[in-house]
Design a protein around this ligand. Sequence first.
Ligand SMILES: Cc1cc2nc3c(=O)[nH]c(=O)nc-3n(C[C@H](O)[C@H](O)[C@H](O)COP(=O)(O)OP(=O)(O)OC[C@H]3O[C@@H](n4cnc5c(N)ncnc54)[C@H](O)[C@@H]3O)c2cc1C
Length: 500
Amino acid sequence: MGQAVVVGAGVGGLSAAIILAARGVPVRVIEMAERPGGKIGIAEHDGVELDTGPSLLTLPDALDRVFREGGSSLYDELELVRPDPAFRYRFPDGSILDLRPDVEASVESVREALGNDAGREFEAFLSYARRIWEAAAPAFVHGPAPSRRSLRRGGLPALLSILRIDPFRTMKRTIDRRVKTPELRAVFARFATYNGSDPRQAPATLNCIAHVELGLGGYGVRGGMYEIVRALVRTAERQGVEMDTGVRVARVRVHQGRVEGIEASDGQRLSASTVVFNADAGQVFGTLLPAGGRSPDPSPSTSGWVGVLRSRRRAGGERRAAHTVLFPENYMEEFADLFDRDHAPRDPSVYLCAQEVAHERTGWEEDEPVFVMANVPPEPADGARPDTVWEELRERVLGRVRSAGLCEPGDQVVFERTAAGLAREFPGSRGSLYGLASNSRTAAFRRPPNRLSSPAGAYLASGSAHPGGGIPLCALSGVAAAEAVLEDLHLPLAAGAARR
Ligand SMILES: Cc1cc2nc3c(=O)[nH]c(=O)nc-3n(C[C@H](O)[C@H](O)[C@H](O)COP(=O)(O)OP(=O)(O)OC[C@H]3O[C@@H](n4cnc5c(N)ncnc54)[C@H](O)[C@@H]3O)c2cc1C
């Protein structure tokens, strides 16, 4: 059997590699960075390791599926953490809402902070979000990429299930219709940012994300999010996957419509009858495959300005909330800046993750690492924004954190990354965190599928392919790509997989 090359060691690439190797395919992963993990990144400062990418794990079953294929399980490999409160929301008037690890406790908390009507709205909205998830997940998350043809083939039941997922209204419209409490409107609208989208444009189907986090649960990982990468690498190695780091794939060799191997930037050539791309689709279609394929994604998701603060631990042993969101005066103006004006937000919402609380990471003797992030637009297709944009945004973000009393004058930013940095590190991404934004009803149908129709032997497993960005969906992208490869090689599919 020919070798499979996986280009990139992010979650999607490692997941595909594990499943293919577990089914007997010889797999080599080629990663251009010095260490695996992709957007799940780490940095080190003064002897302390910091997470620089994701800070919340949802849908852990998606990763569990990969670990099980690789002969272990999520629970053998990782210890999940559920701090209480989970999320602390601070509104412009200084009021606070804490959401808790289970729905009933959160409803109670909403009642206490915002009143009984708000408690009822919160509970009812979560029931609606659960119904959407249950109708949408089988067709749009698990299994192969949906297409208009697959919907037509599904007949009336498929069409009825489409109506159940509320695709014709926008997220915001449904939220405004179902929720009158302004604070809850902001909390629910923010879930659009979990895949880098705009609640004013994204279909209401995305309201299911509220159920994914608040109903099914958002988790930390003991020791930090990078433990996910370490566990995936261990599992891949146990299955015999070979990995080169610090090697960039420059192009894929194609002969008579089939992939036949890759060429690395150092001139090294490898034969491969299968190539799974974990690199962003923009790079795959832009430079890795011969010209003439699909054009790069026209509407990438948002990017981020990211900093990690070395922050003096709170006096008197007071614990920070694991995750804190600081809402601006007019939240919808932020989306107008991001999506209508292509501008870094003038009054940004700010997200903070206290890594010692969220992930039981160990900080410095007197200081703790606090991750800080603001949403920004993806980088322009034809260049980079000037540095002054980032300097100004950094001051606005830190000003807001300071005025909320969440950092002291002596606290230092020990790690910083802008959209421009992300775009350089992840070629073809334009700095986007989650691949394609879901800002239209048809976004799910426009996402590149996991198997390319041309050249034969090319597959996509990343946040920029089906089913989308975020750790769990990228893992499922790896699963779907591996299943497509196994099907084409006439090898048994993973348990529960459907032939397409
Ligand atoms: C700041 C930030 C915060 C986030 N927050 C969350 C969160 O809280 N929860 C969540 O679920 N998700 C979050 N995400 C999104 C999540 O991290 C990503 O969706 C996911 O990690 C992307 O995985 P991927 O499989 O697409 O691969 P990527 O992480 O994109 O990795 C691709 C890999 O391919 C390599 N590569 C690219 N080109 C080549 C080449 N030519 N040759 C060799 N190697 C190559 C890259 O170096 C990289 O390692 C966040 C992301 C960021 C950056």
